[in-house]
Design a protein around this ligand. Sequence first.
Ligand SMILES: [Zn+2]
Length: 332
Amino acid sequence: MIPDLFHYLENPIFANEILLTNSTQNSTINNVAREFKTVVKLPEPNTVIVTIQLSNNSTSDRFARQNQEDGNEFSYTNADRWRERFPDCGGLSQSPIDLRPLDCTRLNSGVTNLIFTNAYAPPQSIELINDGHTVRYVFHWAAGQVPRIAGGPLGTDEYIPHEVHFHWTNGHFGGTEHAIYGFRFTMEMHVVCYNARYDNLAQAMNFPDGVLVLAQMFQKKFLFGERYHFLQLLPHVRRRGSRISINYLEHLFTLDQFLNVNRFNRNFVTYMGSLTTPPCRERIRWIINLIPIKISRKAMLLFQRIEGNEGFIENNVRPLQPTNGRDCFVNF
Ligand SMILES: [Zn+2]
């Protein structure tokens, strides 16, 4: 049987594409191919993606309703008014902010670098989701292979990566949420993690030491070839509300494949802020690498062709928030 397939058929809000993996029998694949209109074969043998064509209207309506139920209905065109529906968005410790590393204090504890454990272990599966605001890679870790992040400003607390998502615009600059001396690069990646003392991200959100976000900036350059394999799957979640489940080894990306953990430790800044989307919950620990990584023009086009709630997602960046005298620390 194909559990993923039936899961998505029962929950057609998100049904656009399904990844059938190596355990799927060829005869089943052929049956599925007859049922649905598009079958995309991936380069690996026995791996196919099936696209289910639902009528656009019913998909959008149901998706809009789901969004409303989840409190997921907000727009970047009126980010200054989020506080009317989500009071925390008007708080005094909001993110993103303009980073001024030379004004920050140097971390002076014994260990200033982060300590990554299991950063090279593949997850059991990854769900790739277009939620109408961004694309999210949600990890499901196998017991014993769960990555953990500690050290630096985290001390002995250990954090587990829950998901990776991105913020960008349609330009060369202005796409990072955090700025450095007022300058914003092309794109910002957020690795959202929760404290290992809690069961999951939702529970951790209720505690002041619950949530950590690691941020990496990208700058668009002329590049030949592409070093980020996780980008290959983006076209499969182009449609708003689409979701695929990835469990083929080739696409089970490790934490290090998103975030080069050795490089990340070189220059970072840390401060206490908030989620950058409603409900803008505060008491979020931010650790941001200050040196952007290069990304190709072609890769950025993949992001800029993702369909959101208002056409292509061409701007999912929250305006800068006042620092209100908050402390910041650097590890260099
Ligand atoms: Zn984010």
